[in-house]
Design a protein. Structure first.
Length: 247
């Protein structure tokens, strides 16, 4: 507080007020600020005791002091506005940084999920192609057996086919699905017991180019809810050979 009074006194001395006037103003004025003291000095109580100080000179000094204070207030306002804008820009930059970070994390997660989905579909397509190749090979073997039988190379085609059929029975960890399509045609495919019904539906979509909305378990005579599609064929109690219809 003493430092503040000293600065105020210095300003008043620079404005031309005597020490006596300044002391009286400090003693009697309830407002000890520079403006309050100047206002008090303007009062008759002080000016009456300082006849040597012209009124016009005081008014000019007061005007100059007010102008100085106004300039200081304007400068402070300008600096505060600069600070406010700078702080606002910093806050906006921080907010955008957080949004960008969240967006990057979301995009990374979406990319990972998409890669997993594509990988699963690629596995299904590879299995489809392998199964198709196996069926083509089996078909060619039968045709070749018939040709060999006709030429007399094989005496009993039925016996040879029966032996081959036993050798190609469905393994215990596989499920052979006969899939009835909406157009009346069928798909015959073998899947692992851990294959989910959702993957089977994806296979049907790729093989028959249809969008499956409902799956019926023919043996049980019931509709399999879509919430169950995430389960494996083993969990859904599919036997080694099973028949389903899709719509």
């Amino acid at each position: 507080m003493q430092g503040s009074h000293a600065d105020t006194r210095t300003h008043l001395i620079e404005m031309g007020f005597s020490d006596a006037v300044i002391d009286q103003a400090f003693a009697d004025s309830p407002d000890k600020t520079l403006e309050g003291l100047i206002g008090y000095i303007e009062s008759a109580a002080v000016t009456a005791t300082t006849p040597t100080t012209p009124t016009t000179n005081i008014e000019e000094k007061l005007k100059k002091a007010r102008q100085t204070k106004q300039k200081q207030d304007e400068e402070n306002a300008r600096l505060n506005e600069i600070l406010r804008r700078k702080t606002g820009k910093m806050n906006l930059k921080t907010l955008r940084h957080l949004e960008d970070r969240d967006n990057e994390a979301y995009l990374r997660e979406r990319k990972r999920e998409e890669q997993e989905r594509k990988s699963a579909l690629a596995d299904i397509r590879r299995k489809i192609e392998a199964d198709k190749a196996e069926r083509r090979e089996s078909k060619n073997v039968v045709i070749d057996d018939v040709a060999r039988a006709r030429s007399g190379e094989i005496k009993d085609v039925g016996e040879e086919v029966h032996v081959r059929k036993k050798a190609t029975d469905v393994p215990v960890d596989k499920v052979q699905l006969k899939i009835g399509l909406p157009d009346g045609n069928f798909l015959l495919e073998t899947f692992g017991t851990e294959t989910t019904l959702e993957q089977v539906v994806a296979f049907i979509h790729d093989a028959a180019e249809i969008t499956v909305k409902r799956v019926f378990h023919t043996r049980k005579g019931e509709l399999i809810a879509q919430t169950e599609w995430c389960k494996s064929l083993k969990q859904l109690d599919f036997g080694q050979r099973c028949f389903i219809n899709v719509e």
